[in-house]
Design a protein. Structure first.
Lengths: 241, 430
């Protein structure tokens, strides 16, 4: 597969190892602007390491990684200015309200937005108005994700990295979240979503890449006329896992 | 809102952190207030001396004026000495709470008078005085531990560390900012009450800055230790337990053991033993020929040997002579006692280069002039004053000059500042 060099997320022939143990072995992957790629794979396939490398937490042994043209290994802070990242469990500050959490995370992103902009983003992320000024203690995972998505929306970064965003969400919350992701895509954001949730990936992604032994073993379109057969992919994924 | 204000809000919204800072502020204010009250009490006691002295001397003068006996004047007159607290004494009371800061002396044997006062008040010595030095040296590290033990591990355990690290102004800059904020808050909590009190007490600006620097350095030591433990990536509970153990070792156990070792290596007798030995020599004088006492005295003090010979009756010059003989008999022991105390003090200060807790306490008591060196310097001033007192009374007693009411006004008066000036001049001359 040929990747446009302007793609916000670009990984070419990436090798990462922890000691003598290779985790990624010749991984090549790209996500263009306004596209959602779901990265599937069994435990230890290298999904989280891929995100770590894009965030500059893990150094590549060889190959090329670029976020909006910036090597996160060489310039992690510069690369992170273009990335919004949602970990599997979005943990925010329980003793701050949703608005205050968003305000703080935006400040840590070197961005300033007024309350009006923040509540607009929270509304756009689907957080109910009565929760805006409530302390986060007692918020569900879905509600916390909405706060984090609101921050990502306000930051208007070109890259969104998601780590198991729908694990632990009920079907309604998953559908809400996928709706949000579609809205993010409409803004031209490149989204890379690491997930075990094939159905959710099939619902929202443009492309699904299946990682095996540190490289992409299967790549299928998740929308359009070449859309894959979910049952067939599920069967193949089960074999791979 | 700047990131610093965000961080401040975040910190103060955490109840344990806010509670810790408020508690430390209250302890600092209470310690400073306690120290100021104690110093004010000591100053008031010293200020009351002239009136009490005038009353005492008035009573003695009524009697002496009738007999004109200089010996009675020397025997019955007490002369006050005092060690006025330095401006910084409120912050580190040091030995002022256990060693005397006022002593009334007579022209008799001095060693017994000085050494009788070296017996510490065990009730106070056991508990220790609650002053600013105590809060800084013993309590402040616990607050550093409270605020720093989970600086990074807390975020890791809450699942936020990766999110924070992934933000452009997260990562190392965030931890530096949070460390800086906590350091500034702790420093302000300790330093502000101290600085306000110090300026009110008239402490020199340079000394205030020096103490603020010492507070900062001490806090940085404990923060560095917390950061070092934090790098091990243990849990917050493990970090807290490790740091608490370090506090126990560095603030309590090692200094105590260090002082035990120093006490063993540098044995120091009791001042009371010197007082007892002096009394024995004095009492023995009643059992030996008076001529032997006077021969010994004149040999050491030929300036008084032109005194008329003793008659058959009691004469105070014999009494005063055997008291001075007693002092001189124990002088080598007194010098050895003092030298041992100084050696022990030097060893304790050397320990301060290894243990920040000991070092900071030694620095504060030195700056506040409440340490052993200050106590010994006060003793030196007493000795110098006592020598002048003896010389004054001897001139009357050994020359059989009558002593009237007006002569009391000619007696030397203790002035701690003048005595200190004389002391430094004599040191400079060598």
């Amino acid at each position: 597969m040929s990747l446009p060099s302007s793609a916000p997320i670009l990984i070419e022939d990436l090798t990462v190892a922890y000691g003598d143990q290779p985790v990624l072995d010749g991984l090549t992957l790209g996500v263009g602007a306004g596209r959602i790629t779901a990265l599937l794979g069994g435990n230890g396939a290298g999904k989280s390491t891929t995100l770590s490398t894009l965030l500059g937490f893990t150094r590549a042994r060889s190959g090329r990684v670029a976020v909006c043209g910036i090597d996160p290994g060489a310039a992690p802070d510069a690369a992170r200015r273009h990335i919004a990242y949602l970990p599997e469990n979005v943990a925010l500050y329980a003793h701050l309200s949703a608005v205050e959490n968003a305000d703080y995370l935006l400040a840590l992103s070197d961005e300033r937005h007024g309350r009006a902009a923040i509540v607009d983003a929270l509304r756009a992320a689907g957080l109910q108005e009565r929760a805006w000024d409530q302390r986060l203690a007692g918020f569900s995972k879905g509600m916390r994700q909405k706060v984090a998505i609101a921050v990502a929306l306000l930051r208007a970064v070109p890259v969104l990295l998601l780590d198991e965003p729908t694990s632990g969400l009920d079907p309604r919350a998953t559908a809400d979240f996928n709706g949000l992701l579609s809205a993010v895509r409409e803004r031209g954001t490149a989204v890379l979503m690491v997930t075990h949730d094939l159905l959710s990936a099939a619902d929202v992604a443009d492309e699904i890449a299946v990682l095996e032994a540190g490289r992409v073993a299967h790549r299928v379109a998740a929308c359009g006329p070449e859309r894959f057969d979910v049952r067939a992919l599920h069967a193949r994924f089960q074999v791979a896992a | 809102m700047t990131l610093w204000r965000h961080e401040l809000r975040l910190l103060l919204r955490q109840r344990p952190s806010a509670f810790a800072l408020v508690l430390l502020a209250l302890l600092s204010v209470a310690a400073v207030a306690t120290g100021m009250a104690e110093v004010a009490r000591q100053r008031a006691a010293i200020a009351a001396i002239p009136a009490a002295q005038a009353e005492d001397i008035g009573a003695v003068a009524d009697y002496v004026d009738r007999t004109k006996d200089a010996g009675s004047a020397a025997y019955y007159s007490f002369h006050p000495t005092w060690d006025a607290p330095a401006p910084l004494a409120f912050a580190a009371l040091g030995m002022r709470d256990v060693a005397p800061y006022m002593l009334r002396v007579r022209a008799l044997g001095l060693e017994a008078q000085i050494q009788d006062g070296d017996i510490f008040n065990p009730q106070i010595a056991l508990a220790g005085r609650f002053d600013f030095a105590f809060v800084l040296v013993f309590l402040a590290p616990l607050f550093v531990i409270a605020l720093f033990h989970d600086l990074v591990s807390g975020e890791r355990e809450a699942g936020r560390q990766r999110t924070l690290d992934a933000l452009p102004r997260g990562g190392a800059a965030l931890w530096r900012r949070r460390t800086g904020l906590r350091l500034v808050l702790l420093w302000a909590t300790l330093g502000l009450p101290f600085a306000v009190a110090a300026l009110a007490e008239g402490v020199a600006f340079g000394v205030v800055l020096l103490v603020l620097g010492a507070i900062l350095a001490y806090l940085l030591f404990w923060i560095a230790l917390a950061a070092l433990v934090g790098r091990l990536r243990w849990t917050s509970v493990a970090n807290a337990a490790t740091l608490a153990a370090a506090w126990l070792v560095l603030v309590l156990i090692v200094p105590t053991l260090g002082h035990v070792v120093i006490d063993r290596l540098v044995p120091v007798g009791q001042g009371a033993e010197i007082a007892l030995a002096q009394r024995e020599v004095v009492n023995h004088a009643w059992d030996i020929p008076r001529a032997a006492t006077m021969r010994r005295f004149y040999a050491a003090h030929p300036e008084w040997s032109d005194s008329p010979p003793l008659g058959a009756d009691f004469h105070y010059k014999w009494y005063l002579a055997f008291h001075q003989n007693g002092d001189e008999a124990v002088a080598p022991r007194a010098r050895a006692y003092r030298a041992a105390l100084e050696r022990r003090d030097r060893a304790g200060r050397a320990l301060g280069w290894l243990l920040p807790s000991v070092g900071v306490q030694a620095l504060l008591t030195r700056l506040a002039r409440t340490d052993l060196a200050a106590q010994l310097a006060y003793q030196d001033r007493i000795r110098a004053f006592h020598a002048r007192l003896r010389s004054f009374y001897y001139d009357y007693v050994f020359h059989d000059r009558p002593f009237g009411r007006a002569d009391f006004g000619r007696a030397p008066r203790f002035d701690d500042r003048a005595e200190a000036r004389r002391q430094s001049t004599s040191r400079a001359i060598g």
